[in-house]
Each structure stands twice: as structure tokens, then as C-alpha cells.
Design a binder for this molecule. Sequence first.
Ligand code: G4P
Length: 534
Amino acid sequence: MRRIMSNRPALPPEIARRRTFAIISHPDAGKTTLTEKFLLFGGAIQMAGQVRAKGEARRTRSDFMQMEKDRGISVSASAMSFDYKNFRYNLVDTPGHSDFSEDTYRTLTAVDAAIMVIDGAKGVESQTQKLFEVCRLRDLPILTFCNKMDRESREVFEIIDEIQENLAIDVAPASWPIGVGRDFLGAYDMLNDRLELMDRADRNKVAESIKLDGLDDPKLADHIPTDLLAKLREEIEMARELLPAFDRQSFLEGHMTPIWFGSAINSFGVKELMDGIGNYGPEPQFANAAERQIAPDEKKVQGFVFKVQANMDPKHRDRVAFVRLISGHFERGMKLTHVRSKKPMAISNPVLFLAADRELAEEAWGGDIIGIPNHGQLRIGDALTEGEMLHITGIPSFAPELLQSVRATDPMKGKHLEKALMQFAEEGAAKVFKPMIGSGFIVGVVGALQFEVLASRIELEYGIPVRFEPSQFTSARWVLGKEEATEKLVNANKQHMATDNDGDPVFLTRLQWDIDRVVRDYPDVTLSATKELM
Ligand code: G4P
């Protein structure tokens, strides 16, 4: 999605109040805890602890498999909606494991902003850095939450410097912590001139908030010991001199990130962060189609599928397509055009994701995420419109980095395996290639753990035990070009050729040399490491 252009008509109020975002972080920084507090303050759950299982389940590899088995958990957490003050928040979960970078990329095509959670003692960690780079590709505005200030953490200036240097982004303090670790009292809200005091006794209670009249306000001395107060005044003076002030435009363009200091487990700083996304965060944004840009103020309902999850209920072979609505007022029962098949589709049982439960969506607006149960018609990248033939761009499929061949341990189950593999390919969980010569399939993934997850899902969901084995191929490229030119390549290189689940030709490579050879010998074809899904 692209930044909103000025001189557009104002958005309908229901769309203008939507904030659709994701949280990016390194494991253990506190994403689950923060999510839980959002849901708690958003009234979507009654008590802390209901989302916890997820954070714990992710800890070990075998538990991760268990989570994959327990589709319910990972699904209800895929998209969550809640209201807070005047805003409707749609939180889209980024897949937890570092292996799933392609999935993550696509998830981030469905949001307008991201919250980056870092651990105050650890700073910018590897996974945060990677996810940040993905956000940067899309110029997403990023809000930073520096968590665990109730523990010993680094000096504030050091943390800010690290973010500025490692991520090459301006950092503007939105709050400034008072004390640290055992002495952590709360924070000074630099944007609203307030003192926020943490309640250590009750972890779910929001902080006491006191309106101030600047840093010389005598009320400060009633709550902060003299030495900490002197330090606070000195640091803020330095911060104002050395660090940029918050600039909304710069933030919306992705050049600046405001940072809040808090403690998710103590509910501290969470509401200020929510207010931050609400008040400063972007409204629903444009999306790009091959034909034109789609604006959020357009009257007609338009949306695209960014994620498909199959077999949520093993008893029914249903799938849920997660659709980001770009514009319009959607109502249940509406007939939309499924652009890829050019067929009308009555959306009679869409779901909204309210924390723990799926709920039937009676209506939704541009900016929202709805789930559409279907039997496989809806694929990643598909557009749904009120008739216009629009093809969404910018949702790529990436060439896998690891390839293995797969076969059923029981040869009688070969046909069933093909069906299962195609389903996973459409879900986007793996690339599946059918070589032109020989039988069997080659499966491509981005991270090695995905082979294990796939093997366990194929057995669990389809009852087919499978074995993955090394393949002679190491990489795959889509073949693009005029029919005549690609045919020439295909016919002369059958031992390298395969088709993907859409039937498109793919060149399987062993060495970079294979690619260089094609580039040299077939100037009229292009070998592409990505394929646009549309
Ligand atoms: P993740 O989803 O990013 O992986 O992190 P998660 O929220 O699961 O938090 C990781 C650990 O950090 C948890 O501890 C959690 O309780 C703790 N934590 C989160 N926020 C804060 C905070 O503000 N201050 C402190 N001190 N700790 C925090 P755990 O021991 O792994 O789990 P648990 O036994 O507490 O559930």
C-alpha cells in the first residue's frame, strides 16, 4: 500500500477510524504480552493470560508442532480486532518463526503500520532487524515500544543510538523513562506533558496519569525522589537538544519512529502506545493494482487475499482466506466478483476475528480484515471487487531457498499426496514443483524447519506419512518470456524443467552456472526469482 495523497476527499468516518497494524519483534521481547494487553484494554478479553499459551507454545520445536496441530490457536491469532477510544484496531499477527519470511512479507502487505517491540536490555536483535528491513521495503510507518523497563536495561541514549544506527531511522522519544529496573517509576509523556506512574501492585491496572505544566511543575517532586527527578530533567534537556522532535509526516513516510518506554507485563506504556497509533498512525492506505491505484475512499468494496489457511477444522476440508478490505462498506451476503475466475461469489459467512472467537461479520469497512471460508477458490493475491477487473500487485511469491523431493512412504498414496501438496502450495506454505521427467514432486521452502512442519501436517491432516529426501536441485526460477522463446528453452532442457501449482514453467537449477548458461543462451527469456501472484 502507498501513502495517502493529499487533496483526496476525506475518508468516511468508519474507515478513517481504522488502524490496521502488525507487531514485529525478536522472540521473547514481549509481543505476546503486549498483544494481550491490547486485547485486555480493547475489551476483547476479560483477563490476562488468555493469549499466553501461544507465547509458551512457541518456545520449543516440538511445542511449535503442537501449535501447528492446534490450528485453532494460530488461526484466531492471525487477525484480531478491538475498539479502544475512538478507534478500531486490526492487529494482524506476523508468523512467529524466523523461517517464515515469505509469509511475513505477505502479512505486512495487509497492514498500514507496524509496532516494533524491543527488549530494553537487548536492544535491536537479529529478527527485529530482518523484519524491520521488510517493513522498510514498503515504507511502513513504525512505532517503537521499548519493553521490560522494570528490569535492568541499557541507558536510554544508548538504546536510541542503536536504533538510529542499525536501522538508519530517526528516533523521536514519545516518552522518557524515570528510573530503571527496581527503581523504575514510570515515564514522562513528552508528547502530552504528563507524568505516568506505574502500579507495581496490580499488573493489569493502567498507570496513574498526572497532567503537568512542564518539567518545573512542583507536582513532579511529590512523586519522584530528588535524585531521579534531577536526572530526568537533565536527560530530557539533552534529549531535546540531541534528538529530533516527533514529526508526524516524517513518521508516516517511514523516516522517523516515535519510541515509548514501558513494561508490557505491568501494563505500563501500553495505552500511550495505543493512543499513539490512533492519533498519529496512518488511516487505511491505497493499494496498487496493475490497472490503477485503489483508494480507500472509493465507494465500492474492494479487497485482496493476503493469506490462506487450510484445514482449520480437520473434519471439513475448508479453508479460510484472509482478505484485507481496501475500500467500501462490506455487508454480509454481498456478491463480489472474484477477479481471477471472473465469477461472482456470494460472501454469506464471512468472519471477523475477535480475539478468542471467530464471529460472523455482519459488516466491515475498508481497512478491516475478514476471513472468508471457501473450498479452495480463493488464493493468495486474488482480488475481490464489485465487478471491476483489478489485479493487485506487490504480493510476490519468492523462489524457495531449499528444495527436497518428497514421496509417500506408502506408494499407494501417491495420488492423495499430490492433492495434499497442491493444497499447501495454494495456502502458500510451500512451493510444489512437478518435474517434467520422472514422477514425484519437489518441494521448496525458505527455512529448513518448514519441511518438518509440512511432513507433520501432511500426516496429521491427510493421514499420509511422507519422507523428504535431498534433491539434486538447489534453487528454482520462474521462466518468463514469449511462448515461442520459453518453449525453446523447455524443449532443450527437460531435465531441468518443472511446473508449479498454477502450471507455470519453472527452471530448476543445481548451480549458479545453470542460470548463467540460460541467460547467455536464451536472451529472449527471463529467469525470475519472484512471481507476482494475481
Ligand atoms: P514474545 O511473544 O515476544 O516471544 O514474548 P512474550 O510476550 O512471550 O514474553 C517473553 C517473556 O518476557 C515472558 O516471560 C514475559 O512474561 C516476559 N515479559 C514480557 N513483558 C515484560 C515486561 O514488561 N517486564 C518483564 N520483566 N518481563 C516481561 P517468561 O518467563 O518467558 O514467561 P512467563 O513465565 O512470564 O509466562
